[in-house]
Design a protein around this ligand. Structure first.
Ligand SMILES: Cc1cc2nc3c(=O)[nH]c(=O)nc-3n(C[C@H](O)[C@H](O)[C@H](O)COP(=O)(O)OP(=O)(O)OC[C@H]3O[C@@H](n4cnc5c(N)ncnc54)[C@H](O)[C@@H]3O)c2cc1C
Length: 480
C-alpha cells in the first residue's frame, strides 16, 4: 500500500466503525462527518496529502526496503546523522501545517513505534517477550501507513506510592485470562488523545513502576476490536467557523478514556506480558526517549516560532513595540526558541549509534528541553495575554462582520496597521491559543503529555552524570 493520502486515511477510518461514545451516545455514521471530529480528520487528511505533494514528497517519504514503494518517513529508523536530519525536515513539514498545535500529527506515534521496534532486540530471550511480534507489527504498520493512538497511563484513582489495586472488578486494565488465542484484557487506561480516530491503539507501560505482573503488557490492536470502547470528553471546538475558532475548528484532537471490556489481544499482537521488569526497563533501555523526544522538541520549536510570529503581529497591529517591557517579553520568547534550537542541535550533533545500530540523538539535551518547555510554554501564553490586553476580549464574530453593524466595527476595531477584520482575526487566533478551552488544553498538554514534569526532572537528576564535577570540587578544596 505505501504512504497513504488523505482520502485513503479517511476511507479506512470510516470503515472501521470503532465504538466511540460522545456525550452519552454511541457515535453512529461516518466519523469524518461527525461535528466533533470532522475538522481534525480533514486536517489529518491534509497532512497525509503532504506525503504526496510533488514539492516535498522526497522529504516526506522513503523507499520501502520490502516493496520498493514510497512509505512514510516518520517510520524511518535512523542509522546515520543524515537520517536524523531527514527526519527533522519531515517533522517540521507536518508541524508547520498546524503551527505545532497538533500534538498527535501521525509522526508522533509512528516515531514511538519505530523507536520500540529499533530496540526490539532488548526482548530477546526474556520471559513472555516476543521481539519478533514487535518487529513484524512495525513492518506491517510501516508498509500500510497505519495511524495510532496510544494509552500508557492507568486511571487516576489513587496515586499514593503504596497503593496496589485490589478490587473485584479491574479498574486499571489488566490481563484476566490467557488462552490459545491470546490475552483477555479487562479494565481501563487513560487517556488516549485521538482515541477511536485512528486505525490502531498502541498499549505500553511507560513511566510507572509496576506492582502487578498482570498490568505489565504491551500490544497493539485495531481500534475496532470487539469490546474496545472510547469514551470522549466534551468537545473543545468552539464552532465550525475558522474565522471565529481558527484553531479549534481544525485541530481539536479529542481525548478519550479507553475501556477494555474483555478484549482479546491475539498472540501475534502481544509484544510482552507478565514481565514487570521488562516493562519497567524497556522505556529507558530502548530508544523510546531519544527518538520520541527528538520528534517532540522539533514540534515544540515550530510551535514557539508560531507564538513568536503571532506575538509580533499583535505588537505591530496596535503599535506597541517601543515599550521596553514588550521588548523584554518578546526576548523571553526568543530566548526560549533559541534555547530549544540549541538543545536540538546538540542532541543531533552528539548522536551516536546504539548497540543495535541505530543513530540515537544525545538524550540529555532532549531531556533538558523536555523539562524546559512545560515551564516556558504557559509563560508564552501569559505573554500573549499581556500583550493583547483587552484585544483578547473584544472579539466580534464572523457574522457580525457580515451584518449591518459592520461599519461600526470597521471604525472602532481597526488597528494601527490592520483593518478591523484582520485585526480581529489576529486577536481571535491569540485568544484560541491562550484562552479558549482549546488553548487551555494546549497548555495542559504541553505540561503533561510526555509524563509528569516533576518525575521527568527527577529522572534527569538521577541519570545525569555528576561525578566529574563533584570530584573537581573535592580537588579544589583538597577534601580527603
Ligand atoms: C491533554 C493531555 C493529553 C494526553 N494524551 C495522552 C495520550 O494520548 N496517551 C497517554 O497514554 N497519555 C496521555 N496523557 C496522559 C499523560 O501521560 C499523563 O497526564 C502524565 O503521564 C501524568 O500522569 P497523570 O495525569 O495520571 O498524573 P498523576 O500521576 O495522577 O499526577 C497527579 C499529581 O500528583 C503528583 N504525583 C503523582 N505521583 C507522583 C510521584 N510518584 N512523584 C511525585 N509526584 C507525583 C503529580 O506531580 C501531579 O501533580 C495526556 C495528558 C494530557 C493532559
Amino acid at each position: 500500500m505505501g504512504a497513504v493520502n488523505g482520502k485513503d486515511y479517511i476511507n479506512r477510518l470510516n470503515q472501521l466503525r470503532n465504538e466511540i461514545w460522545y456525550d452519552g451516545e454511541k457515535v453512529e455514521g461516518l466519523l469524518s462527518e461527525h461535528p466533533a471530529f470532522k475538522g481534525l480528520l480533514q486536517s489529518k487528511a491534509a497532512l497525509y496529502d503532504l506525503q504526496h505533494d510533488p514539492k516535498i514528497k522526497e522529504e516526506m517519504t522513503f523507499v520501502s526496503p520490502v516493496t520498493g514503494e514510497r512509505i512514510g518517513l516518520s517510520y524511518l529508523q535512523p542509522k546515520t546523522k543524515e537520517d536524523l536530519t531527514r527526519r527533522r525536515k519531515m517533522i517540521e513539514h507536518w508541524a508547520r501545517y498546524s503551527g505545532g498545535m497538533m500534538g498527535r500529527s501521525p509522526d508522533y506515534l509512528n516515531t514511538v513505534l519505530m523507536s520500540f521496534a529499533s530496540s526490539a532486540s532488548y526482548f530477546t530471550n526474556k520471559d513472555y517477550c516476543f521481539p519478533n511480534h514487535l518487529q513484524a507489527f512495525y513492518e506491517l504498520a510501516r508498509e500500510n501507513d497505519l495511524s495510532f493512538t496510544h494509552t500508557f497511563v492507568s486511571p487516576q484513582v489513587n496515586r499514593s506510592p503504596i497503593y496496589i489495586e485490589n478490587t473485584d472488578e479491574p479498574i486499571a486494565a489488566r490481563v484476566i485470562k490467557k488462552n490459545e488465542k491470546g490475552l483477555l484484557i479487562k479494565g481501563a487506561r487513560l487517556l488516549a488523545t485521538q482515541g477511536g480516530l485512528t486505525d490502531e491503539v498502541l498499549v505500553f507501560n511507560v513511566g510507572k513502576f509496576l506492582f502487578n505482573e498482570d498490568e505489565a503488557f504491551a500490544f497493539s490492536i485495531p481500534s475496532n476490536t470487539e469490546g474496545l470502547k472510547f469514551i470522549c470528553r466534551d468537545t473543545f471546538i468552539g464552532g465550525p467557523s475558522s474565522f471565529n475558532h481558527p484553531l479549534s475548528s481544525r485541530f481539536e484532537e479529542m481525548d478519550s478514556i479507553v475501556v477494555f471490556d474483555n478484549v482479546l489481544v491475539p498472540w501475534n499482537r502481544v509484544f510482552y506480558y507478565n514481565n514487570a521488569k521488562a516493562a519497567e526497563e524497556f522505556p529507558f533501555e530502548s530508544s523510546f526517549h531519544p527518538f520520541t523526544k527528538h520528534q517532540v522538541v522539533i514540534r515544540q520549536i515550530v510551535k514557539t516560532e508560531f507564538i513568536l510570529g503571532l506575538a509580533e503581529l499583535l505588537i505591530e497591529t496596535i503599535k506597541i513595540s517601543e515599550y521596553q517591557h514588550i521588548q523584554e517579553k518578546m526576548s523571553e520568547i526568543i530566548t526560549g526558541l533559541e534555547t530549544m534550537r540549541a538543545l536540538l542541535e546538540k542532541s543531533e550533533n552528539n548522536a551516536q549509534l546504539d548497540e543495535w545500530g541505530y543513530m540515537r540523538p544525545e538524550i540529555f539535551p532532549l531531556q533538558v528541553a523536555g523539562n524546559l518547555f512545560p515551564a516556558i510554554y504557559p509563560r508564552f501564553t501569559e505573554i500573549l495575554q499581556l500583550i493583547g490586553a483587552s484585544g483578547m476580549i473584544t472579539l466580534p464574530t464572523e457574522n457580525a462582520f457580515h451584518s449591518t453593524i459592520r461599519s461600526d466595527l470597521d471604525l472602532y476595531l481597526q488597528g494601527a496597521t490592520k483593518t478591523a477584520e484582520d485585526r480581529v482575526k489576529i486577536f481571535r487566533l491569540a485568544w484560541d491559543v491562550t484562552m479558549s478551552s482549546f488553548g487551555t488544553r494546549q497548555t495542559q498538554y504541553e505540561r503533561y503529555f510526555f509524563g509528569d514534569p516533576i518525575r521527568l526532572s527527577s529522572e534527569l537528576y538521577k541519570k545525569y552524570p555528576k561525578n566529574d564535577y563533584v570530584k573537581a570540587i573535592h580537588t579544589f578544596l583538597d577534601l580527603k
